[in-house]
Design a binder for this molecule. Structure first.
Ligand SMILES: [Zn+2]
Length: 435
């Protein structure tokens, strides 16, 4: 007899919705079938779209940024995530230069993540490598990670990785089946003029710096092989240039992630009331670039939020220098991305993330997979309500809403029932398997 029958839901199964039943056993999905079998309990999901628990591949909880830390920690950020139907988050380790420091950073982050209410994983993050890169990659794999983030910029804080090292990492990516993730902006084109105001952010970090760096990295991937994942693509112009020049490797060897903010807001908001609250890096782009991104949206492989939330007072002042760059969004990500993509948002926030990040048994409603399920009730004529995270503002509040998650389940246990949070503890996930 099965543990639980979830009946009559409109279930996202094999890439589309169908009305069917899901049977759970020991925290896993045991069967997806229209036929009726015996179960100890039943849950009626009629009227709900049942989605695989969403996976946010790009989250910064409790991130240290010099004098300030991002305001959501693993506890508050993961509560907000649950309301957004997100059952797995992938955060980052602090940047390290060698295998020994990597292991220490991993131990520290594991402590900080203990309070996480959803399942979690980390990307290793490298800066200015000073040791044996292969030893770094092997250590990463030993600790259960298959993704390695680097920065092409931030030389001012010593985080930049040189081209020589990027090429070596790409070769190691091929050899050891790992994914290189890159923050893509040309360091020399970034102007950190201390007199810039926050609404000059697009001038400080222009689109051309993203376009030129993305083309360079795609050229490296084409020449040396390996797998690269571009985080937070901000502009339609970058995507267009990549598609024109490297169509054969896009989303096969060079994967593209974008974020809700680059679809929903434009640089114009920086000039409006409370424009300082919209500061992030890379910055919001022109109306034309956002329109182009929307036109080319099918070529965005995954959606992450780059959730890095601050309070209003953290963003105060007109000068750009010293302002923490980052915005929250994990709770409303599906809600707003659904408006852009329809149900095509789902695979970009679940199965594709699990595959490219090598998280086994996550991201699909399929026998043998973890029973991570999010129950979405579509609504019309509603607006987005304030998030459940810790910060005092929410850029999406008041925008049109496509619905809400009323119930969320992780490994067969409800963590949200009738919009009320229940006690839950997330698990560390080990990555593995073939890319
Ligand atoms: Zn980020």
């Amino acid at each position: 007899m099965f543990d639980l029958l979830i009946k009559n839901g409109t279930v996202f199964h094999n890439g589309s919705f169908e009305v069917t039943n899901i049977y759970l056993q020991d925290g896993k999905i045991a069967l997806v079938s229209e036929t009726i079998h015996e179960a100890k309990k039943a849950f009626d999901a009629a009227g709900y779209e049942v989605l695989p628990g969403l996976i946010d591949p790009h989250v910064h909880f409790d991130l240290e940024l010099g004098l300030i830390r991002s305001r959501d920690d693993f506890a508050s950020g993961s509560c907000s995530a649950i309301y957004g139907g997100v059952t797995t988050i992938i955060d980052f380790l602090e940047p390290t230069s060698n295998a020994k420091d990597l292991e220490m950073a991993f131990r520290r982050r594991m402590e900080e993540a203990k309070m996480c209410h959803v399942d979690y994983h980390f990307h290793a993050t490298i800066k200015a490598p000073d040791g044996d890169l292969e030893a770094y990659v092997l250590k990463m794999k030993e600790l259960g990670m298959r993704t390695l983030k680097l920065f092409t910029t931030y030389s001012d804080s010593g985080r930049r990785t040189s081209d020589e090292h990027i090429i070596e990492l790409l070769k190691l990516s091929k050899k050891h089946e790992i994914l290189i993730m890159a923050h893509v902006e040309n360091d020399d084109m970034i102007d950190l003029n201390p007199r810039f105001t926050y609404n000059e952010l697009p001038k400080s970090r222009p689109t051309i710096s993203e376009v030129s760096e993305a083309l360079k990295l795609a050229g490296f991937v084409k020449a040396y092989g390996g797998y690269l994942y571009m985080v937070h693509l901000s502009s339609g112009a970058t995507l267009q240039a990549l598609l024109e020049n490297y169509p054969d490797i896009i989303n096969r060897h060079f994967f593209i992630e974008s974020c809700p903010q680059y679809f929903m807001f434009t640089a114009k908001t920086l000039k409006g009331k409370n424009g300082q609250l919209y500061t992030c890096a890379p910055p919001l782009r022109s109306i034309e670039e956002v329109a182009l991104l929307r036109r080319l949206k099918d070529h965005v492989y995954t959606l992450g939020t780059d959730h890095c939330a601050f309070n209003t007072k953290d963003k105060r002042g007109t000068l750009l220098k010293g302002k923490p760059l980052g915005i929250g969004g994990i709770e409303h990500s599906y809600n707003v991305m659904y408006q852009v993509y329809g149900e095509d948002a789902i695979m970009r926030m679940s199965s594709r993330v699990a595959k490219v990040m090598k998280l086994p048994n996550k991201g699909e409603i399929k026998a043998g997979f973890d029973a991570d399920l999010s129950f979405f009730k579509a609504t019309q004529g509603q607006v987005i309500k304030k998030h459940h995270g810790r910060t005092d503002y929410d850029l999406y509040e008041g925008l049109p809403s496509s619905g809400s998650f009323d119930h969320v389940m992780i490994r067969g246990q409800f963590v949200l029932k009738d919009k009320k949070l229940l006690e839950s503890t997330g698990c560390w996930l080990v990555a593995g398997g073939e890319l």
